[in-house]
Design a protein around this ligand. Sequence first.
Ligand code: KIV
Ligand code: NA
Length: 270
Amino acid sequence: NRRHIGPGDIRAATPDRPLVCLTAYTAPVAAYLDPVCDLLLVGDSLGMVIYGMDGTVGVTLDMMIAHGRAVTRRARHACVVVDLPAGSYEDGPGQALESARRVMAETGADAVKLEGGIAVEASIAALVGDGIPVLGHIGLLPQHAEEGFRIQGRGEDGARQVLEDGLAVERASAFAVVIEGTVEPVARRVTEALSIPTIGIGASAACSGQILVTDDLLGLYDGHLPKFAERYADLAGTIREAAQRWTDDVRSRAFPAERNTYAERPAGKV
Ligand code: KIV
Ligand code: NA
């Protein structure tokens, strides 16, 4: 019953107003981002940025559902999408349906996202046929990047693969597609070839919209920052400074002050 942007609104996005998308994993951050974003993604990047894992492969469906619920408790406006994690859909349409139905029923999200093009075309079609909106994800696929993250779309074969994956996602009736880590000319070709919006991350300004990992945007993540990310705040510095000032105040007994302290009520007062 919230008045919000649905998958159909994302699909209908026009080039004059690029889609603005960020990741969210927790209720308070969802509340802060919700009014300004078109779409909030509960990404399996939470494995790295929240849980300190080396990649996204160890993330479970239960973890995604717990964080999905936290985000939908506060999102009122933005379209909320939850990632299906590695191991929860690759067996085929049956497994994908079972996982996606759990996510939708237990989180109240608007849609799910899964990685791949041609390889998951049948699964995307099965979810959409079951009434579950799907956001696609092509180009660099972190769940499958065993040998490290490599930029996609280079060379004629690379370009053709990303384009064919995009066309497969569109055929399967996804409402939009994330293009990650892909060279600019290919991102442009895919965006021109598809009727659904492309949401880029490390895929140039040619896409219909942009998404970033919020912890990268805010300077909160303590790991490697890829070239395609841009830091708009230094929350790590803010946290360190606040913790240091509080430490100094505790050690000097400046904290707690009188305003932080409970006294016995004076006699006669209620
Ligand atoms: O998990 C994630 O954060 C993502 C975005 C980077 C698209 O999939
Ligand atoms: Na992801």
